[in-house]
Design a binder for this molecule. Structure first.
Ligand SMILES: C[S@@+](CC[C@H](N)C(=O)[O-])C[C@H]1O[C@@H](n2cnc3c(N)ncnc32)[C@H](O)[C@@H]1O
Length: 310
């Protein structure tokens, strides 16, 4: 197996982010992110009730980490279907499955979470998904598709990031930055203006944009409401908020990593939207605290599990 084929750059947004931009192509940071993601995945599987011979659907499978971990935990009887809208990611996942010697248990299907059109009605025992609905505009359609393809008594177990607070903070930042416009140039807080320029390139900064944003226009309560609306029962929702020392410990990773697939990195934002002097000002303001290891990360993850009634 040629490992280079798994890691070569791709024009596909999802492959580019999943394999490169989220890690800033930094091996140490990559390993740290993978450990954090493994924790999310295991929590999803803890609530999935995967039986050793079940049909498991990993929606938006990406690299296949969730489904492959299920096979590792629950054994060779698990029949795994991996769906994704990214053909390069499905290809990548297939190569990984071959490397692991589990490809005979896996089916790779190009299909959107909203339709799951290639998956038969009532054919799955369990659907698990992680960090996928966040990017789906019509989340109700996805829950409807989950219900359609599940057998009666089947389970869903999902984990989705909650980015709403990042967007609320960015809306507040915009109001504060806009207020600077009424001040004389020499009295303006350039740091505040640059902070807003950075954050608004990654998250919506007005209530209108927030409403339109698939990643920011929902909360954990909306996920619950969607599951109820599709008739799921035995619904359990947990919101985990963890405030921890950031796993980013170098300036290069801080400016190189993108927080989500649709966000440019800070480095790209500075290259495209900051003058030389603005970049110097911003770096002098932020870099020392990053390199001193001060930053904290606030991680908000909603875990929802539910059963399709008989
Ligand atoms: C953030 S990644 C998560 C990947 C994987 N679930 C994991 O836990 O590592 C999002 C994945 O969802 C896929 N995706 C994005 N929009 C989708 C959609 N509408 N339907 C199905 N998959 C989608 C992307 O191609 C990508 O593989």
């Amino acid at each position: 197996m040629n490992n280079a084929s798994l890691t070569s750059p791709s024009n596909d947004l999802w492959a580019d982010w999943l394999l490169h931009r989220r890690f800033a192509d930094d091996p140490v940071y990559t390993e740290r992110v993978r450990i954090v993601v493994q924790g999310y995945i295991d929590r999803v599987l803890d609530h999935a009730h995967v039986a050793p011979d079940c049909c498991l659907l990993d929606v938006g499978a990406g690299e296949g980490s969730l489904g492959f971990r299920a096979i590792e935990r629950f054994g060779a009887g698990v029949k795994l279907t991996l769906t994704d809208i990214s053909e390069p990611m499905l290809h990548h996942a297939r190569l990984l499955a071959e490397e692991k010697g589990i490809a005979n248990q896996c089916r790779f299907v190009e299909s959107s979470a909203e339709s799951l059109s290639a998956i038969n009605d009532a054919s799955m025992d369990v659907i698990s998904t992680r960090s996928v609905l966040a990017y789906v505009a019509d989340k109700q359609a996805a829950f409807r598709a989950f219900s359609r393809v599940l057998k009666p008594g089947g389970r869903i177990s999902i984990a989705e990031p909650i980015f709403q607070d990042e967007a609320f903070d960015t809306v507040i930042l915009k109001n504060r930055a806009d207020a600077q416009a009424s001040l004389a140039t020499e009295s303006r807080d350039l740091g505040l203006i640059l902070l807003h320029r950075w954050k608004s390139a990654q998250f919506p900064d007005t209530p209108e944009k927030l409403t339109q944003s698939a990643i920011a226009n929902y909360s954990e309560r909306d996920l619950l409401r969607l599951a109820v609306a599709e008739g799921f029962t035995q619904i359990h929702l947990e919101l985990h908020i963890d405030v921890l020392p950031s796993i980013i410990q170098s300036w290069e990773v801080f400016i190189g990593a993108s927080p989500h697939p649709w966000a440019p990195s800070l480095n790209t934002i500075m290259e495209e939207q900051f003058s030389f002097e603005e970049r110097q000002h911003f770096e002098a303001m932020v870099r020392p605290s990053i390199e001193a290891g001060h930053p904290v990360s606030i991680d908000r993850m909603a875990y929802l599990s539910a059963t399709k009634p008989f």
